[in-house]
Design a protein around this ligand. Sequence first.
Ligand SMILES: Cc1cc2nc3c(=O)[nH]c(=O)nc-3n(C[C@H](O)[C@H](O)[C@H](O)COP(=O)(O)OP(=O)(O)OC[C@H]3O[C@@H](n4cnc5c(N)ncnc54)[C@H](O)[C@@H]3O)c2cc1C
Length: 285
Amino acid sequence: MKLPPFKYACPTTISEALVLLASHDGDAKPLAGGQSLVPMLAFRVASPALLVDLRKLAELRQIKIAQDGVSLGAMVRWREILDDARLRTAHPLLVAAVEHVAHYQIRNRGTVGGSIAHADPAAEMPGIAVTCEAKIAVIGKSGEREIAAADFFEGPLMTTLKADEIITEIRLPAWPAQRRFGFQEFARRRGDFAMAAAAVFYDEDGDKKARNAHVGVIGVGDRPLRLQTVEAAVNGQKVDEVTIAKAEAAASAAVDPADDIHASGAYRKALVGVMVERALKNAAV
Ligand SMILES: Cc1cc2nc3c(=O)[nH]c(=O)nc-3n(C[C@H](O)[C@H](O)[C@H](O)COP(=O)(O)OP(=O)(O)OC[C@H]3O[C@@H](n4cnc5c(N)ncnc54)[C@H](O)[C@@H]3O)c2cc1C
C-alpha cells in the first residue's frame, strides 16, 4: 500500500527537531526505526503532515552504564542491546526480553524509544520499563521532564507523551549482581508479538527468602502491568514449588484479558499464570 503524502525533515540537533515538531500544530511525528510508524502510515492509522527523522541525533544513540543504572538513548536499536556485552551483566533481564523482540531485520532498525512511544501492550520494552520502574526522559518546547514508566502508558498505543515531545532516554535502576530473574514469553511463532509474557526479579535475604519481588506481564491488558498480588505471594518466601504455585494462581486471578482474534481471554488468563510460573522457576535455579 502506498503511504499518504507527508513532508520529511532530518534535523541534526535536538533543538532543531523540537522546532520542527512544534511547527505543525500537533500534526508532525518523530520517525525512529519506522518499524511501527511506516505500517501505520500504510494502513492510514496515522497520516502526519511532517515526519521528523531522528536518525542523525547521535546523542540519542548512547548506551550508558553507571553505578546508578543503565540509560538507553531513545535511538538505541534492539540489535545494539543484544550486541553490547556489558548489558549481559548490567541488565540481564533487559537482554533476555529483547531476545524475544521481532525478527532479525526489525531488530536492526527498531528502537527502544520508538517502542516506548508506540506503547503496544504486547511489546517487551514497555513491559521491562514498568517491571523495573524505569524513568522515561523526554524533552519538548517547554523543557525536559522525567516520567515514571508506571505513569507513562495510558492504554493501547496511548501515552502521556505530548505531540511536541521527544523521548530522549529510558533510565533503568541499577541491577545488583546477585539478583534473581526470569523472562518467559509465548508467541505463536518466535519473533511475533507476545500472546503473554512475564518478567520477574527478586533479591534474596541471607536465609534465601525473596524480597523486593517485581513481577510484570504483557499481552494481557491494555498496557504493561505490574502484578502486586503476585509480588506479595513471593516476598518473604523461599521461591519453591509451593510459592511458585501460589504465584501462578495469583497471576491468573489478577488479569482480565479480552477475547481477540488471536486467543480467548480465558486462554490468556491461564497462559499468563504459566509464564509467571516458568519465569520464577528460571529465577530460582
Ligand atoms: C513484523 C513485525 C514484528 C514485530 N514484533 C515485535 C515484537 O515481537 N516485540 C516488539 O516489542 N516489537 C515488535 N515490533 C515493533 C518493533 O519493535 C518496532 O521497532 C517498535 O515498535 C517501534 O520502534 P521504531 O524505532 O521502529 O519506531 P517508529 O516506527 O519509527 O515509531 C513508532 C512511534 O513512536 C514514535 N517515536 C519514535 N521515536 C520516538 C521518540 N524518540 N520520541 C517520541 N516519539 C517517538 C513515532 O512517532 C511513532 O508514533 C514488530 C514490528 C514488525 C514490523
